[in-house]
Design a binder for this molecule. Sequence first.
Ligand SMILES: *Cc1c(COP(=O)(O)O)cnc(C)c1O
Length: 640
Amino acid sequence: MPPQENLSAPWSVAEAANYYGFKRWGGGHFSVDEDGYVLVHPEADQRAIRLHDIVEEAKGKGLSLPLTIRIQDLLRTRVVQLNRIFDQAIIDEGYQGRYRGVFPIKVNQLREVVEEIQDAGKSYNYGLECGSKPELMIALAMHKNMQSLIICNGYKDDEFIRLALNGRRIGKEIYLVIEQLSEVQRIIHISKQVGVTPLIGFRIKLSTAGEGKWASSAGEDAKFGLTSPEIIEAIRRLKRAGLTDSVRLVHFHIGSQVPNIQTIKKAAVEASRFFCELHKLGLPMQIIDVGGGLGIDYDGSRSNYESSMNYTMREYARDVVYHIKSICEAADVPVPDIVTESGRAIVAPHSILITEVCDTISKTSVGPKKPTKKRNPLLRDLDAILANEHGSSSLERYHDAQQKKEEAHNLFNLGYLKLTERAEADAIYWQICKQLAALTKGDSYIPEDLESLPQMMAEQYVCNFSVFQSLIDHWACDQLFPIAPLQRLNESPDVDATLVDITCDSEGKVSKFTDVEDVRSTLRLHAIKPKEPYYLGIFLVGAYQDIMGDLHNLFGRVNEVHVFLEDDEDDGFYIEDSIHGFTTNDVLGFTQYDGHMMTRMLKKQIDAATKADLIKPREGTRMLDEYVEILRGSTYLKTT
Ligand SMILES: *Cc1c(COP(=O)(O)O)cnc(C)c1O
């Protein structure tokens, strides 16, 4: 464990940058300026924007927090990076095939995200991948570059297949990847019907199992892909239909966020073997599609921990190209074009969720009173533990304090202790715990019983957002995201805190934070100053979180701004687009309520109350106006 920072020591922005890990997980896109503000570097060069400025400008436009900030140039940078790195790996390995990447729409379906990706990838013939009918609808409409691919994964019905084949008719290179044997017959039937020769891929059920949180996408128990006997059967059926010339592609996907490069190498080798064998069976094989899985180093530890990855994008590209090449060479089979379906690695970094701390909860917010003479002996005992009159060890004091607190609660329940006395006992107990947490902080050995003290005594910062709407993977699968204040990084963060959201759900919290080693149970933040907003950024949230979030407690989609670099502007950016999140009326609509109807229902009751002289007519009107205004407003807390 690194030595604990001395809280009173002078603090520098360099220390802040190190503590919050911008360099480790930021990929050159985040830093801290000398005034203590977080900067984003959209193109990973010296051009930078203060995130705080973006928030202020958005608020000026009436976009309150929580707020999603999309850095469009950063998104473009990632698309270019992935393509360039693969192109370079192909040159370095003297590889004869091409790289033909596709973006899996599932990872972020929002139109402006898909548009930006398409635009940035135009000169690289970067295509799209879809896994459902609605996603194919997007792909068909948004795909304009006929040199780029559309890959269709996922379960397909007749409509899906017909839609894809119609795309073929207007000149698109669309692959139907067969996930299940039953799809073979359907593809044969419908392609005959519409008179279009399909392009077919096989998704292979590799025996190489994935690793990490999303490992169940591959391996023998996966719900996707064909086993080797099924592949042989599929070929037999396609042969009978005269469609073997359609089979050109081998696909696999070993799950998202693969932390270990060894898994990727193994899968690439196994899939290449399938590719070569299919070639030898006389199929005109052309493409290996290695799916997704390229990770994001959320904690910056470069390890094979599940929130990290022990490889770089460059290493990934090199390994994929190298292993496909060596297997094909050994089998004397011409190398294929390579497709990746990297989603997370493309979109995660561009989006930052901004929330504001709106309150704090502390167990010691009300401290003990000055001891009076006529004091319950139990309280006197607790006083003695707090003052450490007996010179006991921390562990002993903790055990003694716990025992006294329990005694106090028992006496209270039996009616022998007054509420004021119980309040005193609790206040002294928490004071003792706070002292012990501070005392043991930084000790190389902390007894087990005291280990949980820092988290227990951490302050809870109440943040204006919903974990369920905006950070669903943190709740659903314990995924970690880097979190840091946007300002005051030139001041020492002296409060150990955890975050809680504003849902009425105790699971709506963040109490695990990224760290180079292990996981932090608290995050050091600054004491909140009255009347000064304290913004927190939650970083790398551009993948999956946008769509998977839900309306728990009826908190809706958050406001959103799309930011571009602009040299002519003072602060180096402009907001191209702002999108308002859901209003209260919107979310009520999703649950079968109707705002107008509700207003009418309330009006009736107000009218009745006015008639009964419970309220004045003017008060009634005001009440109704306020109701309507809230319907039109955001679902989140209104802060100033
Ligand atoms: C989800 C998915 C992807 C995207 O995976 P990432 O790890 O986000 O890159 C790619 N291909 C398929 C088939 C998927 O299901």
